[in-house]
Design a protein around this ligand. Structure first.
Ligand SMILES: [Zn+2]
Length: 106
């Protein structure tokens, strides 16, 4: 993977916005359904992911999106295309995962 990929194109930003907007809608419906069933399983995870997606959408809107929170480098398109709400580049995420124990952030 090429983590040196620089800024996203408008088309890439629009694609990520569409993907995350749809995902946020799915998560809101899932959370609503899970709450209606009074079944706590999965709600917490969905709420956490929804918060991440909404944060990423807000950053996308103000052009503060796609930078690694650890090293500041642009996060590669390959990673964002798979996980639009990713907060770390692949090398920083690998270091973080190697350090463990896992926390449920992205
Ligand atoms: Zn990084």
């Amino acid at each position: 993977m090429d983590e040196t990929t620089t800024r996203l194109t408008d088309a890439q930003r629009n694609l990520l916005r569409d993907v995350m907007t749809k995902r946020a809608g799915v998560l809101r419906r899932e959370i609503g359904g899970a709450l209606r069933r009074a079944n706590g399983a999965g709600v917490e995870r969905d709420e956490r992911e929804l918060a991440e997606v909404e944060r990423a959408l807000a950053q996308l809107a103000v052009d503060d999106y796609g930078r690694c929170i650890e090293c500041g480098a642009p996060i590669g398109w390959e990673r964002l295309a798979v996980q639009p709400q990713a907060r770390r580049c692949i090398p920083c995420e690998a270091v973080r995962e190697a350090r463990g124990p896992r926390r449920p952030t992205l």
